[in-house]
Design a protein around this ligand. Structure first.
Ligand code: GAP
Length: 435
């Protein structure tokens, strides 16, 4: 049974070290989170699983890592300076600000009495700062609000150096920044977040077929990494919801405790971005197809996902409570590729006699898997801790291990234990995990 309440995940995240409010010793910095030892591993696993599926397992996508700070020209061309805004209203009574499209019948979301709202005005979501020691005209730079522009401004560089031709993609994983009017719901909407984006460049006539292809591929990625299909849906945007660059967008939504929410948007950006950057930069951003003797500006299909939201969805979907040996337990049934640790190595006792073998098992498995090593407390409590942080397998080294050269492997989901010879332990784990 997945988590019904966001607080179940927020509490677990804090208690076990997935995510903490940022700058907590100063009272917390609203809407920012710092990822702790487990959260940092899990975030990395989410990104690695995406890169594996979108780049490594394909021959038609390359990865780049572009700058976060960008000159205004980039966002003049992309249209973000003119259009990347949310409708903002001020309350003249309580002096707070809200997003007009999130107000229900102009009621105060904080349930304050007598709020009076101004007319909505466009509030640009980009963070602006200055590059260099002198502030003034010509020194403004922007923190990117999406990683996508890095792919468009590097289109010609990648085309020239990668020997790819349409249909092909440029992928990127990295931080983006938006001055959200109403951040909230834990790591769902923050002002600093990470994206995993693919710009897939195709001959214009192939746009619709690749749009359908990427909707299917991306939906399947979430399911194959452990999110039940019934907690996901595809939702096409209405015309009035479309971003300024999009001719059609479909969201992959997840059933969050507060209702359906976007995990990823798949957009038909057409030739909008390349055409805009070509116009503003004076550079040629098109493709010459030698086979057909045709020159064209490729169309773009863009699957754009959020790392942090995806992590929240994985945590919520994996959360479960059950009864084991007449005792309630909390368990995160995370996919082994997503769980912070794949393996926990647990010497049954702290006695020195077990330590050398336990350390040997840890060192050999750590070459392949992220492992935890824990020798404190009773074994039952250590199992519970690993269940709660989602470790799929616990390996217990006991006194018999010294003579039978075997260990006990305990499964997180079933709690079933089996004895596995040390000689075949790696093969056993590889067969369980599939990697
Ligand atoms: N390049 C297209 C683009 O950025 P988007 O729908 O605005 O599209 C893509 O963003 C994904 O980035 C979203 O589906 C969401 O997962 C994530 N995202 C966007 N804003 C976010 C925020 N303030 N906090 C956390 N994640 C966010």
């Amino acid at each position: 049974m997945p988590a019904k309440d966001l607080e179940q995940i927020v509490n677990l995240a804090k208690r076990r070290g997935f995510a903490f409010p940022s700058a907590e010793i100063y009272g917390g910095f609203r809407s920012s989170y710092d990822y702790g030892p487990l959260g940092a591993l899990m975030l990395r696993n989410v990104k690695d699983a995406w890169v594996r599926a979108v780049v490594q397992m394909r021959s038609d996508v390359v990865l780049i890592d572009a700058a976060i700070l960008n000159p205004p020209q980039t966002f003049e061309a992309s249209g973000h300076l003119a259009n990347f805004s949310d409708p903002l209203v001020d309350c003249t009574v309580c002096k707070r600000r809200f997003r007009a499209d999130q107000l229900e019948q102009r009621d105060c979301p904080e349930k304050m009495k007598g709020c009076q709202f101004t007319e909505a005005r466009a509030f640009n979501l980009m963070f602006k700062t200055h590059a260099g020691p002198i502030e003034g005209a010509g020194t403004e730079v922007y923190l990117r609000p999406e990683t996508a522009q890095g792919m468009f401004v590097n289109f010609a560089n990648v085309l020239a150096t990668s020997r790819k031709k349409p249909p092909f993609g440029i992928a990127q994983v990295g931080k983006s920044f938006r001055n959200e009017i109403t951040p909230g719901n834990f790591i769902f909407r923050t002002r600093e977040f990470e994206q995993m984006e693919l710009e897939f460049f195709v001959p214009p006539a192939e746009g619709p077929q690749w749009y359908d292809y990427w909707k299917r591929e991306r939906l399947e990625w979430y399911v194959s990494h452990g999110i039940p299909r019934e907690m996901l849906r595809l939702r096409e945007h209405a015309a009035d919801e479309l971003s300024h660059y999009s001719a059609g967008t479909c969201d992959i939504e997840f059933l969050f405790p507060w209702g359906w929410g976007e995990l990823e948007g798949i957009a038909q950006r057409t030739d909008y971005d390349l055409t805009q950057h070509a116009k503003h930069s004076g550079q040629r951003l098109d493709y010459f197809d030698q086979a057909t003797n045709e020159r064209y500006v490729p169309y773009v299909v863009e699957p754009a996902a959020g790392v942090n939201r995806t992590m929240a969805a994985f945590l919520l979907a994996a959360y479960d409570e059950d009864i084991v040996n007449d005792e309630p337990r909390t368990v995160l049934r995370l996919h082994p590729r997503i769980a912070p640790y794949q393996v926990a190595v647990l010497p049954l006792s702290k006695k020195d006699t077990l330590t050398p073998l336990a350390e040997e098992v840890y060192s050999s498995l750590a070459k392949r898997y992220m492992c935890d090593y824990d020798e404190t407390q009773a074994i039952g409590r250590r199992y519970r801790r690993q269940d709660e942080i989602g470790t799929p397998v616990c390996i217990t080294i006991d006194f018999d291990s010294l003579t039978d050269h075997a260990v006990t492997v305990r499964d997180r989901d079933t709690t079933v234990q089996e004895r596995v010879p040390l000689a075949s332990l790696e093969a056993h784990l590889a067969a369980r995990f599939g990697f």
